[in-house]
Design a protein around this ligand. Structure first.
Ligand code: IMP
Length: 183
């Protein structure tokens, strides 16, 4: 299977490479303004936020530190298991730090509420959230996402870090999968 086959599994492209970079640049300007004169620690949530953190941090014209957490909330399907487990914890002591959690996508908000509570209990100066994509259900919940890249529909999306069964993370675009992939 070559790269062309991977892209042909998409039903539709939701966001092109250019649109993704434009949104990240916009978010970077907002973050720069809000954190002016303050330290900033980006906590990327693996594995989905890998590409977003890499590109978002390079859009930032300021000092920034990066750390990673890996949590599991999804099995090998398209439905949330509702169970959050830490697979990899932070290397950094976040007490007194300004933490910005960077998530690929917020769906039910389960993962995020759990993460927020967990990180807040460690005594940071502040914790905010940047989610590149937000699904309708998340927009309705109490989870406060300060920086949102795009509000999308309820469809399952892949690419640019987002996976289906650990595949499609390496796509440069974000899109919906063709039904033939599921069958
Ligand atoms: P939540 O706990 O329901 O908000 O789910 C958040 C996590 O589910 C994300 O970090 C993703 O790993 C995964 N997820 C939710 N929707 C999608 C999707 O459309 N494509 C790929 N992964 C998704």
């Amino acid at each position: 299977m070559d790269a062309k086959d991977v892209a042909s599994d998409l039903d539709a492209v939701l966001l092109t490479e250019e649109q993704i970079q434009q949104s990240l640049a916009r978010l970077a300007r907002e973050i720069e303004a809000d954190y002016e004169g303050k330290d900033l620690l980006i906590v990327g949530v693996l594995k989905g936020a890998l590409m977003i953190v890499a590109d978002l941090s390079r859009h930032l014209n300021r000092h920034v530190q990066t750390d990673w957490m890996a949590v599991s909330s999804y099995g090998s399907g398209t439905r949330s298991s509702g169970v959050v487990r830490i697979l990899k914890d932070l290397d950094t002591d976040i007490s007194g730090r300004n933490v910005l959690i960077v998530e690929d996508i917020v769906d039910t908000g389960l993962t995020l509420s759990w993460l927020l509570a967990n990180l807040k209990s460690r005594g940071p100066a502040s914790v905010e959230v940047c989610a590149f994509l937000r699904k309708p259900e998340a927009a309705k919940t109490q989870v406060d996402v300060r920086y949102v890249g795009h509000d999308i529909g309820n469809e399952f999306v892949v690419g640019y870090g987002l996976d289906f069964d650990e595949r499609y993370r390496n796509l440069r675009v974000i899109g919906t999968l063709s039904p033939h992939v599921y069958s």
